[in-house]
Ligand binder design. Sequence first.
Ligand code: ADP
Ligand code: MG
Length: 263
Amino acid sequence: MQETPSRRGDALLTFERVERRYGDAGEVVAVGGVSLEVAAGSFVALVGASGSGKSTLLKTVNTLVEPSAGRVLFAGEDVAEAKPATLRRRIGYVFQGIGLFPHMRVGENIAIGPRLAGESLSEQRIAELLGLVELDADMAERMPDELSGGQRQRVGVARALAGDPELLLMDEPFGALDPITRDALGDTVRGLHDRLGLTTVMVTHDMAEALLLSDRVLVMDAGRIVADESPHALLAGEGGEIAQGLVAVPREQAEKLARMERG
Ligand code: ADP
Ligand code: MG
């Protein structure tokens, strides 16, 4: 794996006709042939209905899922040939759902990735990571069940950043949170993306979140990318029927609120 940092704008990720099938005869097509490039420095949202293949596609990047056909390149190298330890360090991953180890303190949860790789994180580094996600350093001593849902997700993000990755993958990171907490966390993540110069791929089923946070929205349907647009273009009506069906939801909400405000 080349260790030179990727230049902004170059393709950090390349999907080449990636397919993933399940079932004895491969009859379930989770991902049905996806080709695309993700530029270094971009914030990409992957949106679509439940079961459209978003999580499966995301997991082909950090090799949690192996493609049935096609390949994924990270910084120019096939991830199937990269050392797992290298991928774990260069790619941060925020799981769907909460995903903290309940019997470990927050600090230990944050340090788990480096620890599995035989490295330890200093108390100072853990405090710094907590600071990035706007939590107090003394949180490190708490147990996950002593935190709110939003705080736990912040810890999940801190854990994903522990190896100082270039690429941040997030699978419905704010899914289980109330709207206000969600919004605040979205702002934090977008701020970190910009400040740390990350490349981010975020899976969400919430088009409003995708429009507000990302530079580029990919819409998945039945294992395929059916739209690839900027938020601006989607709001201007581009992207086709499925994409516009998803855009209609936040738009109608916003219009209803505007009507209520006018009385
Ligand atoms: P999404 O994240 O968009 O909700 P997924 O990627 O989880 O969708 O799933 C896409 C499709 O692949 C679904 O039909 C799902 O049931 C199927 N699938 C995902 N993982 C597996 C698996 N491990 N075994 C069998 N089928 C799976
Ligand atoms: Mg999913």
